[in-house]
Ligand binder design. Sequence first.
Ligand SMILES: [Zn+2]
Ligand SMILES: [Zn+2]
Ligand SMILES: [Zn+2]
Length: 158
Amino acid sequence: MNQTSPTEHDHNQCIHNAISAAEHLCRQRGVQLTPIRHKVLELILTSHKAVKAYDLLDQIKPVNDAAKPATVYRALDFLLEQGLIHRVESLNAFVGCHRSGTQHDQLLLICSVCHDIEERPATQVIQALAAELSTARFTAQRKTIEIHGLCEKCQTFN
Ligand SMILES: [Zn+2]
Ligand SMILES: [Zn+2]
Ligand SMILES: [Zn+2]
């Protein structure tokens, strides 16, 4: 479960791990990972790239004709709520979480060449941020740190 780097790794294994973690988590929490929620999660986990809601709709249509936009949005809300996916604010898109099951703030490293997103634990960054927020007497409702740049792989190829 530590494999969060989108660079060289067995992505099938990676998808498998994330799906079984999600199934386990939902069972544990007594919430339903319905077929549509499962499908949306699977589609998001297909890659480490951000997926937009309308792309999901396009991909879901052929497999589930009854899937309406509202159904997909509700599935996304559920997955966000359960921490199985994250919202990528700067891209207005979603990415799968590979550390679900742990309460965590994340640092998203977004490659502008291959579009892979690497999720890093942001413990120290968040600690520093918390200190600053407290000085400013500001109550944070959402903390997402997104960095756009070049991943290791793309730096070597360019
Ligand atoms: Zn992977
Ligand atoms: Zn995560
Ligand atoms: Zn890259």
